[in-house]
Design a protein around this ligand. Structure first.
Ligand code: ADP
Ligand code: MG
Length: 745
């Protein structure tokens, strides 16, 4: 039977194996299996360097056996290797030490004593399983095993093992890499010679890429390193092409949208505001403002991302853009992620504008407007006034939470939407906006303090324009950060609390941040999205992350003479507000909190932040968090407490955070340590993504080339009528989860 891509696997592999593929990896068709590419390749005779292993990894290693012991689990007595067969039905632990030539790795097998007779010293074998830590020794527990120099082999097996490269697949205990390898071989052997290729023939030739059939052969059964490189290159291009085609199609749609041009006018509120500004704009701020003014003057909607560190002065930029739109007769909205932040923005803007925000009031400036606030917790009367002001146009600027979009809020003439602290602003949200502004789409400016590298922006946002503030306004206090290895150096932790006491003694305040609330609601922190899932796997799995309640209890003793209080997302709203107000008023010395404080808190008197179990947070998140201290004249201090031991990769991430305050550098490191799907914001649900080999961080050239090809295809054939295979790839990519990020931009 000939295999084509849509054929079911069970036609080739037998019902049981096919079933396992479907259950374990979600692969049902020939095409799906063939695009389950090897994660890496083992060159014949090469051992895996063990120092590249990380706790939590699903790893396949090639090692040589050094030592084997079998013990009874009941008596703990060692069993002579000549006796192990007799122990087949009893409880045993077989420990095997394997080496890569430099380091050792321990394997633990339960109730498989006969393995001791096979894994004799000197034997080379593949082992696969999860890397765990047991009493500070790196271990694979009950790994899958395949002895490489076994003699009792079928011919097919001998042939397979003679190949120069062994593909190692993303595998599980139920579906080991060897089984995947065998199945792929079967399917490949019956595969048609000509296959429909999503990459057009002409493009293949021009970009010097392998055709689909050849690439599949080479990616799974390479003969040389060049085979691997060529095949991967081809699939990377294919992935980039599909993605860029989607973006090109989307661009074509947005390019057709209309917006009211809001050219900058002289002699308005903006000029008045500029004259009163108590500081000079940084060069970056001035430049970015000019870019924005130019966008606003066009008849198509601006869609621009403004990125800049916490404290880089994004608010002034946004306010100038808003004033410019108000001067041109439109209204502007500022959306914040939380109510607290919305009220804070409202306060800041009102203060910065002074009498420019007092339209119709005694003492208001000649040309003035109103700044409205619309949040869920507003009283009915205040809400009605704010809605009226928005609808009548009396409020030139309206501040609110994102929920404002879903509300029945109407605007007289909405010209600009500024979205704070977010980089995603979805298609639906934009659609909601259009409904508020007739057939014209408002201009959109999205602000974020978590910078993203250029290639990611290009991929994730398509043609979203990006502006960046790279410098901080002068006069900011630097923040100093250190890692505190609490396990290795327990006295350092004591000193950290001592330091907290000293800061309070100087009249400053302190945050202590924990990854979890700890009030026994299951997975509470996950629900609040309070720490990066997946990262916790890399830290000691032995215990759950430390909680606010635990730490508060401990500090009640250690810092018994200080005013210690807690804050987290599940406190009632009034209580949260009350705690925050008291902290802001200096009535609390130490605030033990979850990441609720990440956004929306500005207490210049807070000088110090202690982050517990810091390894459980993402790099960018840590950077964001510490932006909460050192906001006033007081220099900031951030202590990253961890149980990790220096030397591990995860500890290295904390070191990176401690050693630089460059948000871009940290964002790059952060993204590099994540899986590609996460870079694009895909939930870690384990579902398949259409990006397998392409890295939006490393493959800039491929992405640029594919983008050009996609643009030229879409510009002449937007529906892809002449490219049926590409079209069907685009369609299935849109159905897969990866492209959820596209929906959100
Ligand atoms: P961001 O929103 O980017 O985190 P903000 O807009 O809140 O930063 O600005 C941080 C602080 O710096 C504010 O108090 C703001 O008034 C001040 N600021 C902004 N731009 C300048 C500047 N050019 N010179 C001096 N101070 C500035
Ligand atoms: Mg801000």
């Amino acid at each position: 039977m000939k295999a084509d891509m849509d054929r079911k696997l069970r036609d080739f592999l037998g019902a049981r194996t096919a079933r396992t593929f479907a259950d374990v990896l979600g692969l049902e068709t020939v095409g799906e299996l063939l695009r389950h590419y090897p994660r890496r390749y083992l060159k014949k005779g090469e051992l895996t360097p063990f120092d590249e292993l990380e706790v939590g990894d699903q790893a396949t290693v090639n090692g040589r056996v050094k030592k084997v012991t079998v013990r009874s689990l009941d008596t703990k007595a060692e069993i002579p290797l000549t006796d192990v067969q007799k122990w087949a039905r009893r409880k045993t632990l077989t420990k095997v030490v394997v080496t890569d030539g430099r380091r050792d790795l321990e394997l633990a097998f339960f109730n498989q004593p006969w393995l001791a007779t096979k894994l004799t010293p000197g034997t080379a074998a593949l082992f696969w399983g999860e890397v765990t830590m047991f009493r500070d020794i790196m271990q694979l527990k009950s790994p899958g095993t395949e002895i490489l120099d076994d003699e009792d082999l079928s011919e097919a097996e001998i042939e397979r093992r003679a190949r120069p490269f062994r593909p190692l697949y993303p595998a599980t205990a139920k579906l080991p890499t060897a089984t995947i390898e065998r199945s792929v071989k079967i399917v490949l052997d019956s595969l048609d010679e000509t296959l429909d290729d999503p990459v057009p023939e002409l493009v293949l030739r021009r970009e010097k890429l392998l055709g689909l059939r050849e690439a599949l052969q080479k990616v799974h059964l390479p003969e040389t390193e060049k085979d691997i490189r060529d095949a991967q290159q081809r699939f990377r291009f294919e992935e980039a092409l599909v993605m860029q085609t989607i973006l090109a199609q989307r661009r074509a749609v947005t390019d057709a949208l209309n917006a009211v041009p809001r050219p900058r006018t002289a002699g308005g509120m903006l000029d008045e505001f500029d004259q009163r500004l108590p500081f000079t704009l940084t060069e970056g701020q001035a430049e970015v403002c000019e870019e924005i003014f130019a966008d606003l003057a066009r008849p198509h909607p601006m869609h621009r991302l403004l990125q800049g560190e916490v404290g880089s002065g994004k608010t002034v930029v946004a306010l100038r853009a808003m004033l410019s739109v108000v001067d041109a007769g439109g209204q502007a909205v500022l959306l914040a992620p939380t109510e607290v932040l919305a009220s804070q923005h409202h306060k800041t803007l009102t203060k910065m504008l002074g009498d420019l925000a007092e339209e119709g009031m005694l003492g208001g400036a000649e040309r003035a407007t109103r700044v409205g606030l619309l949040t869920g917790s507003l009283g009915a009367a205040a809400r009605r006034t704010a809605m009226l002001d928005a609808a009548s146009g009396a409020a030139g600027i309206v501040v609110g939470t994102h929920a404002l979009l879903e509300d029945k809020v109407q605007f007289a003439d909405l010209g600009l939407v500024v979205v704070d602290e977010q980089h995603r602003f979805g298609v639906e949200q934009r659609a909601a906006l259009s409904q508020k502004s007739g057939e014209n789409t408002p201009h959109v400016l999205v602000m974020t303090a978590t910078p993203i590298p250029r290639t990611v922006a290009m991929t994730v946002f398509g043609d979203l324009a990006v502006s960046t503030l790279t410098e901080l306004p002068a006069g900011r206090s630097p923040i100093q950060s250190s890692v505190v290895p609490a396990k290795e150096k327990p006295d350092w932790l004591q000193r950290a609390w001592q330091r907290v006491r000293e800061e309070v003694g100087k009249g400053h305040q302190v945050y202590v941040v924990c990854p979890r609330i700890g009030d026994d609601v299951k997975n509470a922190a996950d629900e609040e999205g309070e720490f990066v899932a997946g990262d916790e796997e890399k830290s000691s799995k032995a215990r759950p992350p430390i909680s606010v309640l635990q730490v508060a209890e401990a500090l009640a003793e250690v810092l018994h003479d200080l005013r210690v209080e807690i804050l987290h997302g599940r406190l009632p709203a009034e209580e949260k507000d009350a705690v925050m107000s008291r902290f802001a008023a200096g009535e609390i010395d130490v605030l033990v909190a979850t990441t609720v404080i990440e956004v929306g808190v500005d207490v210049p008197n807070a000088s110090t932040m202690v982050i517990m179990d810091a390894d459980r947070f993402g790099i960018s998140q840590l950077h964001q968090l510490r932006g909460r201290v050192g906001r006033g004249r007081v220099p900031g201090l951030c202590l990253l407490v961890t149980d990790l031991w220096p030397g591990s990769k995860s500890y290295g991430r904390l070191d990176a955070v401690a050693s630089t305050t460059d948000g871009f550098e940290l964002s790059r490191i952060d993204l590099e340590t994540r899986r590609e799907g996460d870079v694009l914001g895909v939930a870690q649900s384990g579902r398949r993504s259409s990006l397998k080999l392409l890295s939006v961080l490393r493959d800039e050239e491929v992405i640029l080339a594919a983008r050009q090809v996609a643009n030229s295809i879409v510009s002449v054939d937007p529906e892809l009528a002449g490219y049926p295979t590409l079209r069907s790839f685009v369609r299935s990519a849109l159905e897969s989860e990866t492209t959820e990020y596209l929906e959100k931009t």
